[in-house]
Design a binder for this molecule. Structure first.
Ligand code: IMP
Ligand code: MG
Length: 451
């Protein structure tokens, strides 16, 4: 059994999509399962193919030089022979999903291998409305209470799931159950929306919508347990793909500025049905500097021109630090080894993929926060009290930058010496080996440590 978990160690947007794509291809994964999140996600994947490795006369796949901005579609879709599944722990916006399939297909991606767990919950317009109205209510009370959600309805959908009044994808295929359930469900949704001044839901219109979704998605909705069971029995490589990072985890993140799902390896097992004992590897993805979209404390944050330097580093717009789902500029800062170490420990990481090392090319000096100052006291962990996190100052260790480029380097020993020193410092501060350095957006732009 060889299940590999890929999780974020920061506040999301660490580059998990790229790492899942690269590792799935490298290891010939047969299953990639998303374990949490939904339409709030945004992964940029540039699959890339080594043209020299193709047999003579073979055309590269049509997607090989394209940039994909995935939201709900798992990042296994560019690996031949791999089935990609949105697992039971995910929530699905059917219209958004169908639109995303069309975009992927237009760029030449193969959408025939994408399946949805019948246990995943359905995100409705009513959830998006509640998300928006709740944010507005928070803002009206005090702007600092606004969470900066993606307004994709993810929180309210998970809320209904936990209250066991949700609608699952499998329910869409059961007309008799919909007849019985939707009148209650629509009334309940209307009550919840009405509490914020939203208009009531029409059960009849909802039923029509469910029937349309059922027709469009029927062939993709499966009991993923059976696929996972059979893949484990065959000893196939399975990758469990996370959304967001520990900083926004519902248990371990900067509550209440968090998402509504678990983002860690523990949740990967729960959200896919791959048992914890089958997980052999946990790869934590950490960006070589820190970014965050949404509200809440961010200890190593920088502002103004200093933030802009991180935000617009890299050769193309694809790489710039703006949210893939919302387009919001990401907040930027130096690498936070305190938060990353704690995240790696909670996840039991076996290796770190350090992404966007190339974005630091040309800095004279680079910094890592190795402890926090809490009113004159040094601490080496992230306090559970989110207000207390806002009072911390970072304590930095300084390292020389590198003038030589790391861009597209694929061999560890070809990284500039001081870039390797930086990766070693991350490794030492986090207590986990840095297994890969990311050196550009494409799948190929990655240097494994032991190359
Ligand atoms: P929600 O998941 O939309 O409810 O938003 C909760 C928090 O997580 C907000 O701070 C969002 O900005 C953040 N968030 C949600 N999804 C992503 C993502 O894919 N990348 C980065 N931040 C995200
Ligand atoms: Mg993202």
């Amino acid at each position: 059994m060889s299940a590999v978990v890929v999780v974020g160690l920061g506040w999301g947007d660490e580059g998990k999509g790229k790492i899942v794509d690269a590792i799935a291809a490298e290891r010939g994964a047969r299953l990639v399962l998303r374990f949490n999140g939904g339409p709030n996600a945004g992964h940029t994947v540039v699959p890339g193919v080594d043209l020299h490795s193709l047999p003579a006369g073979t055309a590269p796949p049509p997607w090989h030089d394209r940039v994909f901005r995935l939201h709900q579609v798992p990042s296994g879709i560019f690996t031949p022979g791999c089935t990609s599944i949105c697992g039971p722990g995910t929530v699905i916006d059917p219209d958004g999903f169908l639109a995303e399939l069309a975009e992927v297909a237009e760029l030449g991606g193969d959408t025939s291998t994408i399946l949805l767990s019948d246990r995943a919950h359905v995100v409705l317009q009513a959830h998006r409305d509640r998300d928006r109205l709740l944010e507005a209510a928070r803002h009206a009370t005090s702007p600092s209470l606004e969470q900066g959600t993606t307004k994709r309805g993810v929180g309210p959908c998970y809320e209904d799931r936990a209250a066991h009044i949700g609608l699952r994808l499998g329910d869409l295929l059961d007309g008799a159950y919909l007849d019985e359930y939707l009148p209650f469900f629509a009334a309940e949704q209307s009550r919840r929306l009405g509490a914020y001044g939203g208009a009531p839901i029409d059960a009849r219109a909802l039923r029509d919508q469910c029937d349309q979704w059922a027709d469009a998605l029927r062939h993709r909705i499966v009991d993923s347990f059976l696929l996972v069971r059979d893949a484990l029995a065959r000893n196939d490589t399975i990758i469990l793909e996370g959304q967001l990072g520990v900083g926004r985890d519902v248990d371990w993140g900067i509550y209440p500025y968090v998402t509504s799902s678990g983002t860690t390896a523990g949740s990967a097992a729960a959200g896919t049905g791959v048992p914890v004992t089958a997980i052999r590897e946990v790869i934590g993805v950490a960006k070589a500097f820190s970014t965050s979209v949404g509200s809440g404390p961010f200890v190593t944050e920088v502002h103004g021109a200093e933030a802009m330097r991180f935000r617009e580093a890299g050769g193309s717009e694809t790489e710039h630090e703006y949210g893939v789902t919302t387009g919001r500029p990401r907040r930027c800062g130096w690498f936070d080894a305190v938060a990353t170490r704690q995240a790696a420990q909670i996840n039991g990481c076996t290796g770190i993929a350090l992404t966007k090392v190339d974005a630091l090319d040309g800095f004279d000096e680079v910094k890592i926060a190795t402890s926090y100052d809490q009113g004159g006291k040094s601490i080496d962990y992230v306090p559970s009290n989110t207000r207390a996190i806002g009072q911390l100052s970072p304590v930095y260790e300084l390292f020389p930058g590198w003038s030589g480029g790391t861009r597209d380097v694929q061999v560890w020993s070809e990284l500039p010496y001081t870039a390797r020193v930086y990766a070693d410092a991350v490794q030492n501060a986090c207590g986990v080996p840095v297994a890969y350095a990311g050196t550009g957006p494409t799948r190929l732009a990655m240097a494994p440590r032991h190359s």
